[in-house]
Write a protein that binds this ligand. Structure first.
Ligand SMILES: *Cc1c(COP(=O)(O)O)cnc(C)c1O
Length: 300
């Protein structure tokens, strides 16, 4: 079963006075529109993990994430749709009131296990997951749907797009899986906006994974647009996102795409993009994460 509708992923032209002035064209690939729950890049990241799951007769799926994780909710939904048992290992102690994201996951039949933050970190980092032993025969999908299977799926993000029409392709970076998939499937310069603080070692890990190696020259990552760290925010970011929505009608999430668009317009302002550049931004979805904000923060 193919749960998402890729024909809904339009390429929207974005008219921004600043960009017009600088003779830069800006487009956005609207992956946020392919499905209300499995939004953005998460379908691409899950696709080959699911294939792997099915080929090998696993009993269920085990995966990881935070209380507002787009990956967790996408996995819960796909698992329900395909009749697969799923368990989400959730970062942090069980709160008195579950987040809307986690409540929805439970509705989809996902079993949740809460793990204190320090232990959760160790598990992810050491790649030896004691919880796995509680779930014999389960297939483990790394946090965020990362890993080689996730990257393979992300190479298909641009399949329906005329890649040659753009000088730059830009996306947000969490684990960097989508960034790698884009870099490995296109020729323009690929720009990644890191939404986590302190991830300066990304290129080191990445270098081995970019093919062909000559492509590395055309991969750029910016580290200073995280607005304080992962899922952190500033009033400036919110007013930018509201303004962007008013001007374009495009909603963004504050964890990834708000920071991406902010960064790209800032870079444009600074003269990073030569005249005549044509940019394609990947809108990677994640709008459900905005539910963690106080009502009224965003106008959409
Ligand atoms: C997961 C996610 C990302 C990050 O993708 P990575 O492949 O982990 O870098 C970006 N945007 C949204 C909306 C996401 O949910």
């Amino acid at each position: 079963m193919f749960p998402v509708d890729l024909t809904k992923a339009t390429v929207d032209r974005i008219e921004f006075p600043l960009l017009k002035e600088k003779h830069i064209e800006l487009f956005m690939l609207r992956l946020d529109k392919i499905h209300p729950v499995i939004s953005g890049n998460k379908w691409f990241k899950l696709k080959y993990h699911l294939e792997c799951f099915k080929k090998n007769n696993y009993k269920g799926i085990l995966t990881f994430g935070g209380a507002y994780s787009n990956h967790i909710i996408a996995t819960a939904y796909v698992a329900k749709l395909q009749g697969i048992k799923s368990t989400g290992i959730i970062r942090g102690e069980k709160p008195r009131e579950l987040s809307p994201t986690l409540k929805e996951c439970i509705d989809y039949g996902m079993q949740l296990e809460f793990v204190p933050r320090d232990i959760y970190r160790q598990k992810i980092n050491h790649n030896s997951i004691p919880t796995e032993q509680q779930f014999p025969g389960y297939y483990t999908i790394p946090e965020g749907g990362a890993g080689a299977m996730g990257e393979k799926g992300c190479r298909e993000i641009l399949d329906r797009v005329n890649k040659d029409a753009y000088s730059h392709i830009a996306c947000a970076i969490g684990t960097g899986t989508m960034f790698l998939g884009l870099a490995n499937s296109s020729f323009p310069e690929v720009i990644g906006i890191c939404v986590l603080k302190g991830m300066k070692d990304l290129p080191g890990q990445f270098n081995e994974m970019i093919h062909p190696p000559a492509k590395k020259k055309y991969c750029k990552i910016f580290y200073d647009y995280h607005a304080g760290g992962y899922a952190r925010h500033t009033p400036e970011l919110f007013s930018f996102m509201n303004d962007f929505y008013l001007q374009t009608g495009i909603p963004t999430d504050f964890v990834y795409n708000g920071k991406l668009v902010f960064a790209i317009t800032d870079l444009a302002e600074q003269g990073y993009f030569p005249q005549g550049s044509s940019l394609l931004l990947i809108h990677s979805g994640g709008l459900q994460g905005n539910a963690s904000l106080r009502k009224g923060t965003l106008i959409f």
